[in-house]
Write a protein of this length. Structure first.
Length: 218
């Protein structure tokens, strides 16, 4: 069976200020680069299909993910993606939907309806899962999936571990909760051969040159 390779880009806030924030100007340049180089930005459904069926829709693909559901994902990233006819996945912290500086349910519904964004789980409270009891982990994973499934009328397929932290109980809970894949923060290009509940991602950092950005895709 053919091993497919899928670069998964990891972003957080699309603003400036620290190592987890990529300025909108850099995000725009990176998305423009992907478009000019004819990369297809996959939806979660397409990414899950590619990994589970060992088949890519085309040679050049990338899965753009944004963690933590910051408001600037809507104000800064979304317009760029729409203008470029590109797609991204936002890993949504369901318990933060009423928090300042985080996307609301209304935001999520509006963004999902545009076709440019889909939403997957980043748990309820964004706690380090490996520090919780087995039951607490299962509750975090189950309740966040249920919230997204009910409010966004979907079958949430992916859990993104907060800070990439997980243990064997986390993986067991992810399977039990009904997720098909899980995203970590470990660096590397994801493949259809690596464990489904520990997919590697490529972190995009502020100040990165386009030449360096390009190396994340290979």
């Amino acid at each position: 069976m053919k091993t497919v390779k899928l670069p998964i880009l990891m972003y957080h806030s699309i603003s400036s200020g620290n190592a987890l924030k990529v300025p909108a100007s850099e995000f725009k340049a990176q998305m423009t680069y992907l478009k000019q180089q004819h990369y297809r930005t996959l939806t979660t459904t397409q990414a899950v299909y590619a990994l589970s069926h060992h088949r890519l829709p085309q040679a050049k693909v990338v899965w753009v993910t944004l963690d933590d559901s910051y408001t600037d994902n809507k104000t800064a990233a979304w317009p760029i993606l729409k203008a470029n006819h590109q797609h991204a996945t936002i890993n949504f912290i369901t318990g933060f939907a009423t928090h300042h500086n985080h996307l609301t349910l209304a935001d999520a519904r509006q963004m999902k309806a545009s076709g440019a964004i889909d939403f997957q789980s980043h748990t309820v409270r964004h706690l380090d899962l490996n520090e919780l009891t087995d039951q607490q982990q299962l509750t975090e994973l189950t309740n966040s999936k249920r919230w997204l499934d009910q409010h966004l009328h979907q079958n949430t397929a992916v859990i993104c571990y907060p800070a990439g932290r997980a243990n064997q109980a986390t993986i067991k809970a992810a399977k039990q909760a009904g997720y098909q894949y899980a995203l970590s923060t470990a660096p590397g290009i994801a493949t259809s051969q690596e464990p489904a509940y520990n997919l590697t991602r490529q972190r995009v950092t502020p100040g990165m040159s386009l030449a360096t950005f390009a190396t994340l895709l290979h």
